[in-house]
Each structure stands twice: as structure tokens, then as C-alpha cells.
Write a protein that binds this ligand. Structure first.
Ligand SMILES: Nc1nc2c(ncn2[C@@H]2O[C@H](COP(=O)(O)OP(=O)(O)OP(=O)(O)O)[C@@H](O)[C@H]2O)c(=O)[nH]1
Ligand SMILES: [Mg+2]
Length: 300
């Protein structure tokens, strides 16, 4: 039997290009939350893909931002840049567009320093015609010494097998790094919190979602296989609290029902989910609160 290959593949790119959707599709399970709002992902999320050839450990990162705006933003930038040097290969995701911006030049600089092989993954090709795609490849191909350029559609699962092959070509030979059953470094508790945040992101109007965090106050698996969860949605303003609760509690109920259904599917059992809403002014600039809500810098 030939030797296996194993290593880390970092997924980077601008907000909203489809990084988390693609990672979920590659591993065949929804671990990272997704939405059409930029800056959906805030933490680095690790998932493991195992097959006969070996193992790819995907690192999904927050979309690349140029200006932080607050401490949460700084934390997200540190994560996306810090991940580059931990990876054996970088998947740089872009929308199917020829536009190359200042942010892309900055990513390129950081990648050059890290010296890691980079695959340019043109995502969402379901949205463009073939001729357009050729033009896009043409605009990007000389911008950076990409190891390969792979057009895919994460959502429609197009060309993902080809992408997996390209990734394995960049990984070192070696034994599996995790046991075959391992799927992610995220706990059920963390995933449940993220599912609540996703439903809030998707259901609330534009100005509220960016200032939201979700914490799990209580997570209890009962002996009769029912899971009891109490979670708080943290927001920044009293007016936001009103919007999240909605008329007669209607919005909170919608968020709760949608989240509960998805958590039940994931843990394959009944779930009681109780939601609270709290106001913490400027939590996105408060180190202590950031840490409480799970956005903690690893080294200092
Ligand atoms: N048409 C189309 N839409 C896609 C595709 N992949 C993702 N999307 C959509 O793009 C939006 C953003 O997807 P995400 O996976 O959350 O994007 P992301 O890059 O992780 O975003 P951040 O976490 O905010 O950086 C969602 O509405 C997805 O459904 C694709 O291949 N085709
Ligand atoms: Mg994401």
C-alpha cells in the first residue's frame, strides 16, 4: 500500500466569497455557519476530510478585512493572516470577477512572505458563462505565482473532486493526523451557539447582525436523550434588543425554532432551546467580553 498524505489547507479570501459553504460541502456536513452577510465567520474552524489517499485538515477563516474598526475585527484579521503560516497549502477563494483590489494585493504580500503553495479557487462559477470565466482566469493568472487555478461551485458541488486532487498534490506524505472519525475541533456547544447566530444573521435586518454574539449558558444532555440548551443573544443597543425579540416575542421565536430544528438534526435527538437577549454596549471593543464570547487570542 502506498503511503498516505496529510496536512493543512487554509481557506482564505474576501468576506462572502463562499469559504464556509465550500468547506462544508467538501467534508459533507454543515459545521461552519454561512449567510449572505459578509463577516459571518469569526473564528478559525477546523474540519477533517479523510479518504484512502490520506487526510486534509481544512482551516476556514474569517473573510479578509482591510480595516478592523474594532477589536473583534482586529482579532479576525490576526486569525486570517496567522493561519497562512500554519498551512501546507492555501486555497485562495475569489468570486468569479476580474477585479483585483488593494486587499488582494495585501493578501498576496502576506502569502509571498509565508511561501506556502497557493491554489486560486474561482468559486460560484454557476453564476457565469464559460467565456467570462476564461477572461477571469486571464486577469488573475499573472497576479501571483499560483500553483494551480481551479474553477468550482461550492454550492452546486461542481469540480470539487478536482480541487481535492489538487490539494493532495501539495500535501506532504505522512500518517493521518487525526483518527478517521474526527470531523471537527468544534464542540457541540460551540456549534449550537453558531447555529443560533446563523439564524439571527439570516432573519434579522441589516444593521443588527454585525453586533451579535451568542453564548451558551447551559448545555445539558439528559438521560432520556433530550438536550436542554439555554443561550443568550448579545447585542449592542436597547433598540436592537427590541428588534431581536420582535413583536410579542415573534422574532425570537422564529430564531429559536429554526435553530432548534437544525440542532436536533445534528445531535439526532430532541432539543429544548431557551433563548435570552442581553445588551452589552460596545462588547466588540471590550477584551474581557470578547474572551467571554469565545473570541480569544491564543498568544497574548
Ligand atoms: N451561487 C453561488 N452562491 C454561493 C456559492 N458558494 C457560496 N455561495 C453563497 O455565498 C454566500 C456566502 O457564503 P459563505 O460560505 O457564508 O461565505 P464566506 O466566504 O464563508 O463568508 P465570511 O465567513 O463572511 O467570510 C451565501 O449566501 C452562500 O449561499 C456558489 O458556489 N454559488
Ligand atoms: Mg465563512
Amino acid at each position: 500500500m502506498s503511503e498516505t498524505k496529510a496536512g493543512f489547507a487554509a481557506i482564505i479570501g474576501r468576506p462572502n466569497v463562499g469559504k464556509s459553504t465550500m468547506m462544508n460541502q467538501l467534508i459533507g456536513q454543515k459545521i461552519a455557519i454561512t449567510s449572505d452577510r459578509p463577516q459571518t465567520t469569526r473564528n478559525r474552524i477546523q474540519t477533517v476530510y479523510t479518504c484512502e489517499e490520506g487526510q486534509i485538515i481544512f482551516l476556514d477563516t474569517p473573510g479578509y478585512l482591510r480595516k478592523a474598526g474594532n477589536k473583534l475585527g482586529e482579532y479576525m484579521i490576526d486569525l486570517s493572516v496567522g493561519t497562512l503560516s500554519d498551512a501546507d497549502v492555501v486555497l485562495w477563494l475569489i468570486e468569479p470577477s476580474s477585479y483585483i483590489g488593494e486587499g488582494d494585493r495585501e493578501i498576496a504580500e502576506a502569502l509571498k512572505k509565508a511561501g506556502t503553495p497557493v491554489l486560486l479557487v474561482i468559486n460560484k462559477i454557476d453564476l457565469v458563462q464559460k467565456e467570462q470565466l476564461l477572461g477571469i482566469i486571464d486577469s488573475w493568472k499573472d497576479f501571483y505565482p499560483f500553483t494551480e487555478i481551479i474553477p468550482v461551485s461550492g454550492l452546486k458541488r461542481r469540480n470539487l473532486d478536482e480541487l481535492i486532487k489538487c490539494i493532495f498534490r501539495c500535501l506532504p506524505e505522512g500518517p493521518l493526523l487525526y483518527d478517521e472519525e474526527t470531523l471537527t475541533d468544534q464542540s457541540m456547544r460551540q456549534i449550537a451557539a453558531e447555529i443560533v447566530r446563523e439564524k439571527a444573521l439570516r432573519l434579522l435586518n441589516k444593521e443588527v447582525p454585525h453586533g451579535i454574539a451568542v453564548t451558551i449558558e447551559r448545555y445539558h444532555e439528559r438521560e432520556d436523550a433530550v438536550t436542554e440548551i439555554e443561550a443568550s443573544i448579545i447585542c449592542e443597543k436597547d433598540s436592537h434588543k427590541g428588534i431581536i425579540i420582535g413583536k410579542g416575542g415573534s422574532m425570537l421565536k422564529r430564531i429559536g425554532t429554526a435553530a432548534r430544528r437544525e440542532i436536533e438534526e445534528l445531535c439526532q435527538g430532541k432539543v429544548f432551546l431557551k433563548l435570552f437577549v442581553k445588551v452589552r454596549k460596545d462588547w466588540r471593543d471590550n477584551e474581557l467580553l470578547l474572551r467571554d464570547y469565545g473570541y480569544e487570542k491564543k498568544n497574548g
